[in-house]
Every structure is written in structure tokens, then in C-alpha cells.
Design a binder for this molecule. Structure first.
Ligand code: UGA
Length: 462
């Protein structure tokens, strides 16, 4: 494929309209980013009620800044919510497919939504259109979409249409979706034709980000590799945390020392209760299943998954040691979302921890700044509170399960008075352990030095 390609050669429209199919997290962020960069974006969401609410500017996800931006784009007409897929395809040269790919029972991504869209598109596809897969899908999905469209064409006895399928994985983080999609660190594009390369370069021309062009299989694997590498980094530091506890070291110091090596970097070295969310758990298991389907057992990823699966148990073990019998004990869990700045509880480690506590016979009280209702739907037998101080009343122990920065600023002296016991298990190493021990708590983080010992060694005159 040539490096520099002239779009006129392919008769591409100067003013590209862009389509986005599926308005979940990725679809909404993609639409907003493209519209903010001057594109005319036509969207289609198959859930009519959701689409209706979005037409009024109501965005069905919590993401700082996105509702205002989306509403603004709808009001100015740079984003249009179409009634049908056909309407989107009528105007758009490039159509991004951002439908969900939830894990099937064997861990492999369920591609039924992608299949549905491909089937529906077949009848309305136009000459030279580029279908861009934004959803995270296995490498062979590219061929699957192409074959589905061609098969449908034959079934409907339509004349063959010359179209392209391309791949453009999304790397945005929940909680930072606006920044990540408006100013991506890189835009990875997988294509198998010059025409698709030109179209995508044109679409992304206003973005001040490097466009990394490659083949479609590699592009899809960049997404899996990035998420699995970050998940492995987290499991690695969590494993180091265990070793630190056994050896008497402090994982935050180990991470600090490691991170000054620019080859290692600072990010994703925060030890804790493990990773959750809709991406890392799905994509690690997804890549495992992709590897296995190709006859290869991905050992490193398998280890990352298994370290993560038992990481929340570390908090339960600490509670058993510090509180004694969990049966009948009251434990307050602070944080329900899978990470801070989101209301998302999908694969949240906090909910796994709560299930474990309930199984052990504990009474659980819980708080989150954003997502009490989401959690209530999954775990009804928990007392939920919108106020963290109310949540801790009468409890034997508090566990920090989500890294909400606000927990750091709570009045911990007041919390101590409200609690029955004095145990804090800081599952996200968020609090100042020495300070809490100074307030009379028995404090343990994940892989940290034992501040309780420091306090007991201190002379009364210190
Ligand atoms: C992740 C990736 O970071 C994005 O680049 C990617 O686009 C996205 O998945 C996706 O595939 O859609 P996200 O799931 O929003 O983004 O969340 P992260 O900020 O990556 O955090 C994931 C989990 O790792 C959280 O549970 C967080 O608490 C945990 N984590 C993160 C740690 O335990 N330690 C760390 O040092 C960092």
C-alpha cells in the first residue's frame, strides 16, 4: 500500500459525512469527537426509547462533560439521530460500527450485534462505502463482516457492491472519554485497500494525533494487546504486593522506584483489589479464547487473569485476621463502581468482594458517590447509603474498594467515632495509613508496610 495516497483518485467526497452505529460508550464518544472536529455525524441507535431520549440531549452514560457536548452537537445539527440504518448509510461515506460485544458464556466475544448490523447494512450499502469496526472484536471479524454482507447480497439477489471493511479500535478510558476521544494519543487504523486508508485519513485529518496505519488483523490485535498488557501490569504489581507483605517491603515504594525507569513508566502500577470494568476482564479472557482457538495457550495472560480473580480475596483474608469471625460482623464497603469517576459497576471488584462477605455471613453496608442504584439491582441484600458517614455507623470494619479520591478527604476521626470497631482495610492504598493509625485505627493497605507496628513501637512521649 502506498504511503501517500491522493483521495481524488478514488473520487472521494470532499466534505465527508460520517455514520456511527450503536450509541453505547464508544459510539457516543466517537460521535462527539468527530462532530467536535467538524464532521457531520449521522447516528443510529436501535433501541428506540434510548434514541428518543438522546434526541432530547439525554445521554444514557455518566461521563464528565459528555452530556453537554453531545447535547450541544445535537442542537447545532452536527450530530443527527437517524430513524434507521438506511438513513445513516444514505449520507455517510464512512460508517463506524460501535455496537456491544459482551462476553459469551465461554469468554469469547458475542458477535451477534455485529452480525445483525452487517446483515442489515447489506441491503443499503452504497458504492465505495467504508465500514469501520470500532467495537473490540477478534481479528477474523473483519472477514466475517465482509462475508456476511456478501452473503446477504447474494441472498437478496442484489448486484455486488464494491465496499471496504476497516478496523479502528478505541482506546478511551471511562471517566476520561471526552479527553481520550477528542485528543487520542494515537489513532490505529487497519485497512486492506488504499481507498479505505484515504477515507479514514480524511475523516481523522482534523485530529492532532498520529495515525498508525496497518493491516486489519494487526490493528485489532493492538487493542487486545494494549488492554491485556495493562491488565498484566496490574496483576504484576498486585503479585509484587503479596511478595512485599511477605518480605516486609512496601509496594508503593517498589512501584515508585520501578516507574522512574522510562521503559517501565508510572502508570498502571497501583496495587489494589484488582482490575474490573467492561474492558480488561472481557479482553483478557477474549484474547485467551482467541489464542486457544488458534491452538496456542497464552500463559502470561492466563496468569494475569488468575492473579486478578483471587485479588479481592486478599481483602477478605485481612478482614478475617483483623476482625476475627466474619459471620455476624458488620462490614462497610466504600466504593461500588469498578473505578472512580464512573457509575459503572460491570465486573466491579467491589461487588465480588461484597458477595464474598455475604457468603461468609457478614452484614454489609455500602456507599458510592455515583452508583448505589446500579449495585442495588445486582445485590439486594446490602444496606446502601448515599452518605459515607451514615454507611459506617456501627460497623466493625471499613473496606475501601474504589479509588474515589473523596474518601481521602473524609473526616476519619468522625468515622472512628461512628464505627463500632476500628479496622480499615484500604483496598486501593488511598488513605494515609500512618495518620489513620494515629487516630486509633488498625489500618492495612495492599502490600504496604505495617503502620500499626510503627505506632505500637512509638514511645508515649513521641
Ligand atoms: C480500559 C483501558 O485503559 C482503555 O484504554 C480502553 O479503551 C478501555 O479499557 C476499553 O477497552 O474500552 P477502563 O476500563 O475505562 O479503560 O478503565 P481503566 O482506567 O483502564 O481501569 C481498569 C481497571 O484497572 C479499574 O478497575 C482500575 O481500578 C484498575 N487499575 C487501574 C488498577 O487496579 N491499578 C492501576 O494502576 C490502574
Amino acid at each position: 500500500m502506498a504511503d501517500v495516497i491522493d483521495g481524488r483518485e478514488f473520487g472521494l467526497k470532499v466534505e465527508l459525512a460520517v455514520g456511527v452505529v450503536g450509541l453505547g460508550y464508544v459510539g457516543i464518544a466517537t460521535a462527539v469527537a468527530l462532530a467536535q472536529h467538524g464532521r457531520n455525524v449521522k447516528c443510529y441507535e436501535r433501541d428506540p426509547e434510548k434514541a428518543r431520549r438522546m434526541r432530547d440531549g439525554n445521554v444514557p452514560i455518566f461521563e464528565p462533560g459528555i452530556e453537554e457536548l453531545f447535547g450541544g452537537c445535537v442542537a447545532t445539527g452536527s450530530i443527527t439521530l437517524c430513524q434507521s440504518l438506511a438513513e445513516v448509510l444514505l449520507d455517510s461515506q464512512v460508517v463506524f460500527v460501535a455496537v456491544g460485544t459482551p462476553p459469551a458464556s465461554d469468554g469469547s466475544p458475542d458477535l451477534s450485534y455485529v452480525d445483525q448490523v452487517a446483515t442489515e447494512m447489506a441491503g443499503v450499502l452504497q458504492l465505495g462505502q467504508v465500514i469501520v469496526l470500532k467495537s473490540t472484536v477478534p481479528p477474523n471479524t473483519y472477514h466475517r463482516v465482509r462475508l456476511t454482507i456478501e452473503r446477504e447480497h447474494t441472498r437478496m439477489q442484489l448486484p455486488p457492491v464494491d465496499f471496504d471493511v476497516a478496523v479502528n479500535p478505541e482506546f478511551l478510558r471511562e471517566g476520561q472519554a471526552v479527553k481520550d476521544s477528542l485528543f487520542p494519543e494515537r489513532i490505529v487504523v487497519g485497512v486492506d485497500s488504499d481507498r479505505a486508508a484515504v477515507a479514514l485519513r480524511d475523516v481523522y485529518a482534523p485530529f492532532d494525533s498520529p495515525i498508525v496505519l496497518m493491516d486489519t488483523v494487526s490493528a485489532m490485535l493492538v487493542k487486545y494487546a494494549s488492554n491485556c498488557f495493562l491488565a498484566t501490569k496490574i496483576s504484576f504489581i498486585n503479585e509484587m504486593a503479596r511478595i512485599c507483605e511477605l518480605a516486609g517491603g512496601d509496594v508503593s515504594e517498589v512501584a515508585r522506584g520501578m516507574s522512574m525507569d522510562t521503559r517501565i513508566g508510572q502508570q498502571f502500577l497501583r496495587a489494589g483489589l484488582g482490575y474490573g470494568g467492561s474492558c480488561f476482564p472481557k479482553d483478557t479472557v477474549g484474547l485467551l479464547s482467541i489464542g486457544r482457538s488458534l491452538g496456542y495457550e497464552p500463559e502470561v495472560i492466563k496468569a494475569a487473569v488468575s492473579v486478578n480473580a483471587r485479588q479481592y480475596v486478599v481483602a477478605i483474608d485481612k478482614l478475617v485476621r483483623l476482625v476475627g469471625q466474619l459471620r455476624g460482623a458488620t462490614i462497610t464497603v466504600l466504593g461500588l463502581a469498578f473505578k472512580s469517576d464512573t457509575d459503572d459497576t460491570r465486573e466491579s471488584v467491589s461487588l465480588k468482594l461484597i458477595s464474598g462477605l455475604l457468603e461468609a455471613g457478614a452484614v454489609v453496608r455500602a456507599h458510592d458517590y455515583r452508583t448505589v442504584e446500579n449495585a442495588r439491582r445486582e445485590l439486594a441484600e446490602v444496606a446502601y447509603f448515599a452518605d459515607p458517614y451514615e454507611a459506617v455507623v456501627g460497623c466493625d470494619a471499613v473496606v475501601i474498594a474504589t479509588e474515589w479520591i473523596d474518601y481521602r478527604g473524609l473526616d476519619w476521626a468522625r468515622i472512628k467515632q461512628l464505627m463500632k470497631g476500628n479496622v480499615v482495610v484500604d483496598g486501593r492504598n488511598l488513605l494515609d495509613g500512618s495518620r489513620l493509625v494515629g487516630l486509633g485505627f488498625r489500618y492495612e493497605g495492599i502490600g504496604l508496610l505495617d503502620h500499626n507496628e510503627e505506632e505500637s513501637l512509638r514511645s508515649p512521649h513521641d
